[in-house]
Design a protein around this ligand. Structure first.
Ligand SMILES: [Mg+2]
Length: 307
């Protein structure tokens, strides 16, 4: 129904929208830009998600944000009124730790990121370096002669969102990755977070920097890579054909839906808007065609009258 047509549900007859609501039993939703923007909940999002639960649908929150642990995301969701369980939380930080665990990783991780990653590594008993500032004082030559040390136990470099990203960290990450057996993992590759009057660089910016100086490509855990939620499909928790993916960013959320065979809903409360989709619809680039969602709503709460 509506496959990759970006149909505006508000322009459909109500009975059609109700019919569409019966085509899925599981809902995976992005968080920032769909449910909330930073610490502000988006109008109608809580009631809509809780209504899905009341209707018997299985709901999951899926975020590329690697700065928080699943428990922190759960606490944030509960404080806003979302009735979600720990099992319903999918995060790039947790999935990164789970990926390393599944490979029986026994060495230590160099973390270029924040506490969300180290918290999830701790939870699975995986050793790691600390997070926070690592800055150059004096010249590069002085730094290399005095403060520069490489840890011989490092077997993986994980890059996520790091507000303390620095030249020192680039030197270390690239040096560790110079060993071919050192794993290179990116929690996600979101490019940026536009805000009124400014742009905040996303994890993808840091990942690109490390790609360049290491001359390597990372394994990407986060959306649009199916590895962030593949286990839900593999263990039969969700049926891809009867799963709806909701997002505000097409090259992560909607593309994940495309890659996993989910239905897709774009909401206009975040990154991508209808004019972005219109450009992809007339493009001849097959990669851009993958970004076109099935349906569109200005905001998630617009669904409530039909539920
Ligand atoms: Mg988002």
């Amino acid at each position: 129904m509506y496959k990759q047509t970006c149909t505006n549900l508000l322009e459909q007859p109500p009975e059609k929208v109700k019919e569409w609501l019966n085509t899925f039993d599981s809902v995976i939703t992005d968080c920032d830009g769909v449910l909330w923007v930073y610490s502000n909940v988006i109008e109608g999002a809580v009631d809509t998600m809780n209504r899905f639960t009341a209707l018997g649908k299985n709901i999951f929150f899926c975020t590329n944000n690697s700065t928080k642990t699943r428990q922190e995301l759960l606490d944030k969701s509960h404080s806003m009124g979302f009735a979600i369980t720990a099992d319903g939380m999918i995060s790039s930080a947790h999935s990164t730790a789970a990926y390393l665990k599944s490979r029986d990783f026994q060495k230590k991780v160099y973390v270029l990121g924040a506490g969300g990653i180290t918290g999830e590594l701790d939870a699975l008993g995986i050793q790691h370096t600390g997070v926070g500032p690592d800055v150059m004082t004096g010249t590069v030559a002085e730094y290399l002669a005095t403060n520069f040390h490489l840890d011989t136990d490092i077997g993986a470099v994980v890059v996520g969102f790091d507000e303390h990203f620095s030249f020192c960290k680039m030197i270390k990450a690239a040096s560790y990755l110079d060993k071919p057996d050192c794993l290179f993992i990116a929690t996600n590759t979101d490019e940026r977070f536009p805000m009124p009057g400014m742009v905040i660089p996303g994890s993808g910016s840091f990942v690109r920097a490390i790609e360049t100086c290491s001359e390597r490509k990372p394994f990407v855990i986060g959306k649009p890579n199916p590895s962030i939620c593949e286990w839900l499909i593999n263990d039969g928790t969700i049926d891809p054909a009867r799963t709806l993916m909701i997002g505000d960013r097409c090259n992560t959320d909607i593309l994940l839906g495309y890659n996993c065979g989910f239905q897709t809903l774009l909401v206009g409360t975040g990154i991508h808007k209808l004019n972005d989709v219109e450009a992809w619809q007339i493009s001849n680039d097959p990669e851009e065609k993958k970004l076109i969602p099935d349906v569109f709503l200005p905001k998630l709460g617009d669904l409530l009258p039909f539920m």
